[in-house]
Design a protein around this ligand. Sequence first.
Ligand code: ZN
Length: 445
Amino acid sequence: MWRTLARNVRPSSLISRPSKITPAITRLSQVTSQRSLNLAPASLIGTFREFSSSKANYAWRNIEAQINGTNQVQVQWDTDVSSSYQNVWLRDHCRCPKCFHPQTLQRLVNTFNIPKDIQSKSVQATEKGLTIVWDNDDHESVYDWDWLKNHSYNPPLKGKVDLTPPKPILWGAEIAKNPPIVQYEEAMNTQAGLAKWLNNIEVYGFSFVDGVPITLEATEQLARRICFIRESHYAAGIWDFTSNLAFADTAYTDLALNAHTDTTYFSDPVGLQMFHKLEFRGTGGESLFVDGFKVAENLKKKHPEAYECLSTLKVPTHSAGDEKVMIVPTPREQSILNHLSDGTLYQVRYNNDDRSTLSNLSPEQVDQFYEALRKWNTELTSSETEYWEALEPGRAIVFDNWRVLHGRASFTGHRRLSGAYLNRDDFLSRARTTRFTHAEKAIIL
Ligand SMILES: [Zn+2]
């Protein structure tokens, strides 16, 4: 039952209807960018969303807002599309400056002071947005149209802006021909260079930085340019190591290492890693990188049952070689392939050498697991997926440890590698702020 209290009454003949109604919010979904971030390669440009906070084209005069029943407000966006919002939700999400701090973007509403059966006194579509006066205290709430449409939950609307990162471009061995690279000077000294570097890592899962001074100090400064450094049981900041077994881990030897992700034994595995080889006198020791998302895609296509198995069965892991170290994750067992609720793969957690004793699986699951793992290994070690790179001094790499597996060939001689574990949330935060302004954050969040 509809009860129309207030609506934007304007004879349709008087409305200068735009020839094409393109609300700002709809344009958000288009993947074209007018930002001059000077990104290369050109294929990446499409990963930046256009986002206009200007209401110039927003046909707010065509929007109707109505009280719907006793506890909802309905917004009719156009003839076909409408959204309903419950009163309690609306009052709790009031976007007036008293209820939502415009600078800190934090809530100021006391949720627990909202009457259970809160009613609206009036509902209006205005240029500022949906305006509601509440009956219990005459508080006037205003909701920006962009924000309101973006957060429509009944129904969830298409073209919704969210925090989805740029679409990954999957790669195999062929990436060797044209790997993502930024120059040290541009990455350190220009915003465009930084944006390109961040975007490379989001899209490809890694990026080289060329022309890096071959010192530990310069490598550390480079790391801090994209995020803060994460401490671990190996180091408090940037580390450098040789094959001296300083820590009881095979990384500190000259042995070959199969493709793996690091810190599978952390509850929250390290998000990004940086490597920079500072010294090398010897043979071998090339670095191996593999796009775990590509391997997973190949596995899913060829052996969906194996993919399903590695996505559902959970295995225990640990790090415990050093006397004062015995790290295991919480929960104790973790899947190798981890997905968002919509099915998107977001994390590969795989190091076959850091697996603990398997005693949590049924006999049937043991068979399924080894069968699936063999198929995974076949895809992982295929010459079409393995990317080998000498990583000469002067070329640093940052890679996404939730996506790109790394390894190395065995070597002889002296090799000194520096590196750092980097904080994933901080990296992603800096990447997002190259895409969204403060006003846009308020609309998205
Ligand atoms: Zn308010």
